[in-house]
Every structure is written in structure tokens, then in C-alpha cells.
Design a protein around this ligand. Structure first.
Ligand code: AP5
Ligand code: MG
Ligand code: ZN
Length: 217
């Protein structure tokens, strides 16, 4: 099963992916996490992505597409993938479809997590991320058991540089202009599932799991 998680910055894609990858036994592939790891490791890919990420713009398609298509070649992706933050443009969606078609696979469902804009801004301004495993936390809605430490792996928590207010505004603008069109792309193919993301974390998970199970009958 291949599932695409769609949603604005702060909608909860990473948060839900942590739960869903366990529930469905498929690997979580997040383009933003791959870029951030490359940045930390100061690789050529990281250098290419850096200026775009700092401004809240999309990294060019050719860089992003080759990175993700290379990642999903690995054996852990054979059973299926939970895509988070990819695809984000029509070219990315088409590139993914043609790669999967070559393996007689498809994107089975695209889940659009919908959250009002003022809530997105609140979520991003209080977010902390694990430096090691990238699990997201929130100061108010999902604090870690020990301040500054990841519950899952004990790693150090930090705030993303692109979570400052002006960059968040730019990321939201980019989402509405460049990524929302792919909501239609999946809708036209009858693959789109919309879920209310403005609920508690476990309620959103339950909504997604229910929708995916019902839709796949
Ligand atoms: P990326 O890392 O993908 O960031 P994003 O799409 O902006 O999304 P976020 O990670 O900010 O939000 P999320 O939906 O994962 O929310 P989370 O679960 O953390 O991309 C970063 C950059 O990389 C891009 O700007 C671009 O430059 C580049 N890039 C990446 N992919 C690309 C691509 N395909 N093409 C081109 N460029 C690309 O939750 C947010 C907060 O809210 C957390 O604190 C969490 O604890 C809290 N929270 C979650 N759910 C709830 C809830 N239900 N109630 C209350 N709080 C909640
Ligand atoms: Mg994320
Ligand atoms: Zn961790």
C-alpha cells in the first residue's frame, strides 16, 4: 500500500506518519526529513537544498524527485510507503506515478489533513523536533515527558529555523499556490480522502485509519 499524506505546514503530517507507519506496517518517507539530514551531514544535496528551505520555498523538482525516487528503491520500501511532504507539485506527483507504474504499483490513497490557518501558525510556533529521529513535539499539545529530550530515543529537541513567523507565512503561501493543485489531481483519480485535522492528535489518527479502512473495502 502506498499512501500520500497531504497537508499544509503544521497540519500534522509527521505526527500522524509516526502512528500510521506502525498501524499499516509501511515505511515513513519524509522529503523534509531527508533534506534536513543532508543539511546536518553537509552533503552536496544539503547544500543544494539549504537556501530554498531557509526561505520557505520549494527545493527544485529535479533535486527533490531524484532524492525521493532513490530513497524508495531501498528494500524497506517494497511493502509500501507512507509519503510525507512529497509529492508537492504536479511534476513530482507525475514522476512518482510513473516510477510506481514501472513496478506495477500505484498511489492507493492520498489523505488530505485539513487544518485552519490560524491553528497552523500556533502549532509551528510551539513545535520542537528530535535531532536524532525527527519526532515532532509541541510545548502545549504534546510535550515530551522530560523537557528538551525525545520520548522515543532520548535525542535532543530543537526548533526548526524555518518555523519563524515570516518563513511560516511564506511556506503557507507556497503550499496554497503550488501544492493545493495536487489535491485536485488525486481527487480526479478518486484517491482523495479528506480528514479533519483540527482535532486532538489521537482523534485525527482514528479518523485517518477509519477512512483508509472503509475506503479500501
Ligand atoms: P517539510 O519538512 O515537509 O515541512 P512542511 O510541509 O512545511 O510541514 P511540517 O513538517 O512543518 O508540518 P507537519 O505537517 O509535518 O506537522 P507536524 O506533524 O510536525 O518541508 C520543509 C522544507 O523542505 C520545505 O519548505 C521545502 O523547502 C523543502 N521540501 C520538503 N519537501 C519538498 C518537496 N516535496 N518539494 C520541494 N521542497 C521540499 O506538526 C506540527 C506541530 O503541531 C508539532 O508541534 C505537533 O506536535 C503539533 N500537532 C500535530 N498534530 C496536532 C494536533 N492534532 N493538535 C495539536 N497539535 C498538533
Ligand atoms: Mg513534517
Ligand atoms: Zn528521537
Amino acid at each position: 500500500m502506498n499512501i500520500v499524506l497531504l497537508g499544509a505546514p503544521g497540519a500534522g503530517k509527521g505526527t500522524q506518519a509516526t502512528v500510521l507507519s506502525k498501524t499499516f506496517g509501511i515505511v515513513h518517507v519524509a522529503s523534509g526529513d531527508l533534506f534536513r539530514r543532508a543539511l546536518e551531514e553537509k552533503t552536496e544535496l544539503g547544500l543544494k537544498a539549504r537556501s530554498f528551505m531557509e526561505k520557505g520555498e520549494l527545493v527544485p523538482d529535479e533535486v527533490t524527485i531524484s532524492m525521493v525516487l532513490e530513497r524508495i528503491r531501498k528494500p524497506d520500501c517494497r511493502k509500501g510507503v507512507l509519503f510525507d511532504g512529497f509529492p508537492r507539485t504536479l511534476s513530482q506527483a507525475q514522476a512518482l506515478d510513473s516510477r510506481l507504474a514501472g513496478e506495477r504499483k500505484i498511489v492507493d490513497r492520498a489523505v488530505y489533513i485539513e487544518v485552519p490557518e490560524d491553528e497552523l501558525v500556533k502549532r509551528l510556533s510551539g513545535r520542537w523536533i528530535c535531532r536524532k529521529c525527527q519526532t515532532p513535539y509541541h510545548e502545549v499539545s504534546s510535550p515530551p515527558a522530560v523537557a528538551g529530550r525525545c520520548d522515543a530515543c532520548g535525542g535532543e529537541l530543537y526548533q526548526r529555523a524555518d518555523d519563524k513567523e515570516e518563513t511560516v507565512r511564506e511556506r503557507l503561501k507556497v503550499f496554497f499556490s503550488q501544492t493545493v493543485p495536487i489535491v485536485d489531481y488525486y481527487d480526479r483519480q478518486g484517491k482523495l480522502v479528506r480528514v479533519d485535522g483540527n482535532l486532538k492528535i489521537d482523534e485525527v489518527s482514528a479518523g485517518i485509519i477509519k477512512a483508509l479502512r472503509v475506503e479500501s473495502v
